[in-house]
Design a protein. Structure first.
Length: 169
C-alpha cells in the first residue's frame, strides 16, 4: 500500500494575507524602522495577523547585522520594539510580497532593475514616501547623521505607514 503525502502549499496560506517589504540600502536604519513602525500600527489596529511584514536591503553591506544603535534608541524612546537582522532582497521577495516600499530613488531604481529579471514579479514597487500626507517623497538615510536624523526618519515612517495601512485596510 502506497502512502500519499499531502504537502503544505505555503502560497495557499498566504493568499488571503497582505504583505509588505520595506527596503533601504543596508537594512539597518530606515527599513527596519519602517518595518517596526508598521508592525506596531498593524498590531494596535488588530490586523497584524493579516499581514506578512519584513524589511531588506538592496546592498550586501550589512547582511547579518542588527539595526543601528541610534535607530534602536529612537524606537525605544517611542515604545516601538524592533527585532530584525539585516538581509538582502531576494528574487522570491518580488513574487511573495504584494508591496515593496523603498526609501529613495536609488533604492527604487535598484529594485526595478532586479524586478526585471524575475519571472512572475507581482510586487508593486513604490517609494514609501509616496504615502506621506506631508508630501516628503524621500526618506533620507540617517546613517551619517545625528539622533535628530533618526527621529526625522521615524516621524516620516509613522506618517507614511499610517497612510499605507489606511489605504490597505
Amino acid at each position: 500500500m502506497r502512502h500519499i503525502t499531502k504537502t503544505f502549499d505555503s502560497n495557499m496560506a498566504t493568499t488571503s494575507m497582505k504583505s509588505v517589504l520595506f527596503v533601504c540600502l543596508g537594512n539597518i536604519c530606515r527599513s527596519p524602522i519602517a518595518e517596526a513602525v508598521f508592525r506596531k500600527m498593524a498590531t494596535d489596529a488588530g490586523v497584524v495577523d493579516k499581514w506578512r511584514i519584513d524589511s531588506a536591503a538592496t546592498s550586501t553591506y550589512e547582511i547579518g547585522n542588527p539595526p543601528d544603535d541610534r535607530g534602536q534608541a529612537c524606537m525605544k524612546k517611542h515604545g516601538v520594539s524592533m527585532r530584525h537582522i539585516a538581509r538582502q532582497v531576494t528574487k522570491d521577495d518580488f513574487v511573495n510580497f504584494e508591496y515593496i516600499l523603498c526609501m529613495d530613488e536609488s533604492n527604487l531604481s535598484d529594485l526595478k532593475r532586479k524586478a526585471n529579471s524575475v519571472k512572475n514579479c507581482k510586487a508593486k514597487i513604490e517609494l514609501l514616501g509616496s504615502y506621506d500626507p506631508e508630501k516628503q517623497l524621500i526618506i533620507r538615510d540617517p546613517y551619517y547623521g545625528s539622533d535628530e536624523d533618526f527621529e526625522k526618519v521615524y516621524q516620516q515612517c509613522v506618517r507614511c505607514c499610517k497612510a499605507f495601512l489606511e489605504a490597505n485596510s
